[in-house]
Write a protein that binds this ligand. Structure first.
Ligand SMILES: NC(=O)c1ccc[n+]([C@@H]2O[C@H](COP(=O)([O-])OP(=O)(O)OC[C@H]3O[C@@H](n4cnc5c(N)ncnc54)[C@H](OP(=O)(O)O)[C@@H]3O)[C@@H](O)[C@H]2O)c1
Length: 371
């Protein structure tokens, strides 16, 4: 169900003219820019010219029936995902993260996340022409994919599914077992060919991050971001040098699983753990240990009229140079995320929460972080 690439504009735009490249739902809309969010509410991604909202929305669960959605994707979930997209746009949160491997291309009735996001953008564009949206997607560094050409060809497939002529941010989803230098060169080629506005990596450790930064720099291209697992209860980036290296080099840290896949929202309890694969990570034992922290988060949130979800997202944003991308399955979740913006926890509260969280052993992360 891939949408057609709108009268393709794969023209070679130089990196010095990044403002001319943007994710557009159609060629006709390319000139119009209406910001729902005040520009001050946006941040530049690393040293790139790309500005995104301080919080984005993760679209991993859209179309997925292998990890999320109790192994089932149906019309109701589709409507809810579309409502999440629109609720987010309505509240000025206009940055969306997807990947070529999100959603389920093979199973009956399933669909890829990129295809859905592209459709939502197109439908929205018809009703609200000129609205700005920033799209991030990712290249899967599968072992048989070698060299820069594989990056360009996967990107063109992603654009095809999205129905866009370019994306704002293209990321390497994880480091490859081999072929990494070629992948980085592929990112540079994509920028030079006007297919992407900014480039990033994901699940890169400190050493790989520095290497990628240097290799892109030789081509005059900034590494905009590193997308890693980061939340109040998963602070590995603070301990393994990734956060410090991002801050030093001017690379934005995009925080994935920022609400610990729902565990930090207070919705799940030892008596009512999440179902499906998440239940094996966030077990009743783990959720029992989490309760004192969750209780304190609730108390603090109460003083601001904020929910637990909003407090933990605010905690991440307050770490500076961090853009969290929580996953929203429906409008209510997306609306709640928007309430994490426009206020700030005190320094004492930030430290108190870190200290309480440090008493909880983190869950095991995505092993590719250690490649
Ligand atoms: N680069 C990578 O390797 C990588 C890895 C993982 C994720 N990501 C990206 O990061 C995004 C977010 O990460 P994530 O989806 O793993 O985890 P997350 O954002 O921490 O959690 C998302 C889940 O929490 C629950 N939830 C959301 N809002 C809620 C609310 N207001 N109240 C209660 N529960 C709520 C929802 O599931 P239920 O309603 O079913 O509880 C939702 O699917 C992904 O969509 C993806 O774009 C990237």
């Amino acid at each position: 169900m891939a949408m057609n690439v709108s009268s393709a504009c794969f023209s070679a735009l130089s990196y010095n003219k990044p403002n001319r490249i943007r994710a557009v739902a159609s060629e006709e809309s390319a000139g119009a820019v209406t910001l729902k969010t005040d520009k001050e509410d946006k941040v530049k991604l690393g040293g790139s010219e790309l500005k995104v909202t301080r919080l984005g929305i993760g679209a991993w669960s859209w179309g997925d029936n292998s990890y999320w959605n109790n192994f089932q994707w149906d019309e109701q979930k589709l409507k809810a995902a579309k409502a999440a997209f629109n609720a987010s746009m309505d509240r000025g949160v206009t940055f969306f993260d997807t990947a070529e491997v999100y959603g389920s291309p093979l199973a009956l009735g399933a669909i890829t996340s990129e295809t859905l996001l592209g459709r939502f953008i197109k439908e929205r564009e018809r009703k609200n022409p000129g609205e700005e949206v920033a799209v991030a997607t990712k290249f899967a560094a599968l072992p048989w994919r070698l060299g820069r050409q594989s990056v360009l060809s996967a990107l063109k497939d992603s654009l095809n599914r999205l129905g866009l002529s370019s994306v704002d941010l293209y990321q390497l989803h994880w480091p490859g077992i081999w072929g990494n230098e070629g992948y980085i060169d592929g990112l540079s080629d994509a920028v030079e060919q006007g297919l992407v506005k900014a480039v990033g990596v994901s699940n890169y450790n400190e050493g790989r991050l520095r290497d990628a930064y240097e290799r892109l720099k030789k081509r005059g291209i900034p590494l905009a971001s590193n997308q890693v697992n980061y939340s109040l209860i998963y602070r590995a980036p603070e301990q393994n040098g990734v956060k410090a290296a991002c801050d030093e080099l001017g690379i934005t840290l995009i925080a994935y699983s920022p609400i610990a896949q729902g565990a930090l929202t207070g919705k799940y309890t030892p008596e009512k753990p999440p179902s499906g694969p998440r239940g094996r990570i966030y077990t009743p034992e783990f959720l029992t240990k989490l309760q004192p922290l969750l209780n304190r988060i609730k108390e603090i949130g109460g003083n601001y009229g904020k929910t637990q979800t909003q407090v933990v997202l605010n905690w991440l944003i307050a770490q500076e140079n961090v853009v969290p991308i929580p996953g929203a399955k429906n409008a209510e979740q997306a609306e709640e995320f928007a309430g994490a913006l426009g206020w700030r926890l005190s320094n004492e509260e930030l430290e108190e929460l870190r200290s309480l969280a440090s008493e909880i052993s983190p869950v095991i992360g995505f092993p590719v972080e250690n490649l």
